[in-house]
Design a protein around this ligand. Sequence first.
Ligand SMILES: Cc1ncc(COP(=O)(O)O)c(C=O)c1O
Length: 369
Amino acid sequence: MKPIVRPGVADLVPYPPGKPIEELERELGISGSIKLASNENPLGPSPKALEAIKDNLHALNRYPDGSGYYLKTRLSRHYGIPLERIILGNGSNELIELAVRAFLSEGDDAVQHFPAFLVYEKVVTGAGGHMISVPISDFRIDLQELGQALTPRTRIVFITNPNNPTGSVLSKEALAAFLKEVPDDVIVLLDEAYIEFVTDPAAARGLDLFDAHPLLFVVRTFSKLYGLAGLRIGYGFGSADVIDYMNRVRQPFNVNSLAQAAAIGALDDEEFVSDTLRIVKEGLDYLCARLVEMGLDAVPTQTNFFLIRVPHGGKRVYRAMLKEGVIIRAMDGYGLPDYIRINAGLPEENERFIKALKKVLADLSAAGD
Ligand SMILES: Cc1ncc(COP(=O)(O)O)c(C=O)c1O
């Protein structure tokens, strides 16, 4: 007997299934592979976060602080935002889900640019909503087209800045002008998962834009810069009302105690933050220079990852790279079948990627593929 599912759920495609690296290695008969596929921090977790975790292990018999008081207080100080305008999530993924659960009813519309982070559409469709996707233009989000896609039933607009997978940023001027045009009762979820990597001084930052739109909800994460992807912790800033409604639909203990402690440690870890920014910049510079030498196009980025146009199709290159022990992301699921995406790794990982890519492209050309 098949279960009866909510409208939209049967049409969902599961998130691209992955296997643990160890399992892939066993299947392929290789070892020592590297992963540049998920925009993670190549340095590992923040050491101060690890210390904080150790200091809190003894209290694992207790439920976490459901209000996230200490972390929110720390974030409040760090960003100058009052406590009641901050929410914590089990990764920023959960905050995306909570926003949809709180503000989108079955049959409502949401608007996103495409390609975008695949989770937005998944969550909206799973909630019985309808996602309107506006194609990007020349790897940039087209705000004018996005604005024109809004319908009277649109409850949420998703914008990623900098964007994943393109790495492009919107200017503060352009985003402020867009936000002012969005009807006041529509939530604008601004996903800033990679904002800390941005170097362009003209780039938009959500914290400067609350005056432009009353229902701006800014989402951030500890998964990237702070190296805590495995702990699942993100945070969001919005109006006190937006945060209040989202708090009503979340589980009382949605963020575990080690994640809360680690995030406080990571925010204090200035050395780790500057080391990460340096290693990412050096990695991107190295990779782009080598790719240009190879005659490949790398899409300019303001993040820790970037798109590369490859001959033979992204999926084929992905499969061949896997056999070389280099895990990258094929972009066919994002409507970019000729592209792969990688994040900057450690110097030796970047070198290995380039070496493997040269071999793979030569092999595919020789095979006439
Ligand atoms: C645009 C974007 N938003 C959110 C996330 C997820 O972050 P978290 O690990 O905080 O759920 C990612 C992770 O890849 C991302 O690329």
